[in-house]
Design a protein around this ligand. Structure first.
Ligand code: HEC
Length: 111
């Protein structure tokens, strides 16, 4: 199975290699795209810990009544803090943090 010196040019290999790279890119693209669609609370937790606890502990989310009245309102508040802090968060970043805050602090407390 020696490839060198056997007189077999390795040119025919190239389309296969290129096809493999394209297939791999497609698989990676699919893997990367999937989590972006469903909000990721674990990722939201990291974003929150790194950017939001400078001012308040999560305790602020247990005031009665809570500032947000529903999930859309929670999203608006999160987005406005991200804007205020110039974090450059994408819609997905905001969604992940909303998901994290909703699951950990607001479930059953909003309309
Ligand atoms: C500069 C300080 C500061 C930073 C940074 C900050 N917050 Fe706040 N946050 C506050 C204060 C102060 C309040 C209480 C506001 C009020 O009572 O009107 C608050 C309230 C909130 C509330 C409403 C809490 C409730 O249930 O009543 C949410 C949600 C919130 N912040 C999310 C975030 C998120 C997400 C981030 C990070 C992107 C963030 N905050 C960063 C100061 C900050």
């Amino acid at each position: 199975m020696s490839r060198d010196g056997a007189g077999v040019p390795d040119v025919p290999m190239r389309p296969l290699v290129r096809g493999g790279a394209v297939a791999l890119a497609a698989v990676l693209g699919a893997l990367c795209a999937a989590p972006a669609q469903a909000a990721d609370a674990a990722r939201g937790s990291l974003l929150y810990d790194n950017n939001c606890v400078v001012c308040h502990t999560p305790k602020v989310h247990h005031r009665e009544p809570p500032l947000p009245i529903d999930v859309a309102d929670l999203r608006r508040i999160v987005a406005s803090w991200a804007r205020e802090q110039k974090l450059g968060w994408t819609d997905d970043d905001v969604s992940d943090v909303v998901e994290y805050l909703y699951q950990t602090h607001y479930t059953g407390r909003l309309r």
